[in-house]
Design a protein around this ligand. Structure first.
Ligand code: FE2
Length: 293
């Protein structure tokens, strides 16, 4: 029997993030991709407005959430994976190399001894090429490192959810200068995505539209090959790496990197409360930025 899925996108205009609900039409089973937890840095307050939009959609459509998929440990928004799991169920999954990211940031934040960089905060760790199912629809996890060492893309029913590898063709690609990031690896990962059939729908995790264009998140492999400003056909690895490294050297540290990473390497869980019952996030002084991260 031919499988069919629907994809619903949810754009968060505070962090320019796109989350998705993928639903298998026959079984009404679903996967959520890269959900956002609202965070006001000024007050240190979290909120669930974005996540509640996803929950409303899931309930309206009568979907059963099987998976909450993270493409990577995001540095620009907090994940609402844990909150969504409490509300809807499903297994929180990410790529197996998250352990490397956890080890890096456990050290950087001097996290508590009880935080183990072993991936056990997640319900499932995907290996490269692993096949899983959303209802009756087969899906595949692809390792696409470069932006971070642990990025995954998810291929589902003629679509690929690329996380922070490719952006829309007029925006290009993600930065590759975070700890463990690598422009050469990102180029190879992008080639892997662009080797999918040309009609494959490409769904990105962010859009930073140029002036005059509304936010958008869907293109195709063919469109990316023809027009991506960083990696269209004919751009060599050497050209890409030179461009990416020069551009990354000009980019500011993301506003929410410190709070995001501390929550996202715990699968969307805030740090354990201290003896007053309050959870705290750390701000390491003079550690990241200024060419050090
Ligand atoms: Fe990212």
């Amino acid at each position: 029997m031919a499988t069919s899925t629907t994809v619903q996108a949810f754009f968060d205009d505070k962090t320019w993030t796109v989350s998705y609900v993928i639903a298998d039409t026959a079984s009404r089973c679903a996967a959520i991709v890269d959900p956002v937890l609202d965070f006001d840095f000024k007050s240190g307050r979290t909120a669930t407005q974005q996540a509640d939009r996803l929950i409303a959609h899931v309930r309206e459509q009568g979907l059963t959430v099987q998976w909450i998929l993270e493409t990577h440990a995001h540095a620009d928004h907090l994940s609402s994976a844990r909150y969504l799991q409490q509300q809807l169920g499903g297994r929180i999954a990410i790529g197996e190399h998250i352990t490397q990211v956890q080890a890096t940031f456990k050290k950087l934040f001097n996290l508590e001894r009880g935080f183990l960089p072993d991936g056990t905060q997640f319900d499932h760790l995907f290996q490269d090429g692993e096949v899983f199912h959303i209802g009756e629809t087969p899906a595949q996890a692809l390792l696409v490192p470069g932006h971070t060492p642990a990025d995954m893309a998810y291929v589902v029913d003629g679509a690929v959810f690329v996380g922070d590898t490719l952006f829309m063709p007029d925006v290009g690609t993600a930065r590759a200068d975070f700890p463990g990031g690598d422009a050469r690896a990102l180029y190879a990962s992008v080639q892997r995505i662009l080797a999918l059939p040309p009609e494959t729908r490409v769904f990105v995790c962010h859009d930073y539209p140029p002036a005059g264009r509304a936010p958008a998140w869907e293109s195709t492999v063919a469109q990316q090959r023809a027009a991506n400003i960083h990696v269209r056909n004919g751009i060599s690895e050497a050209q890409f790496v030179q461009m990416r490294q020069a551009r990354d050297a000009t980019l500011d540290v993301p506003t929410l990197i410190l709070p995001s990473i501390q929550v996202n390497i715990r699968a969307g869980q805030v740090p354990p409360p201290e003896d007053d019952g309050v959870s705290y996030l750390k701000i390491p002084l003079n550690v990241i930025g200024a060419g050090r991260a």
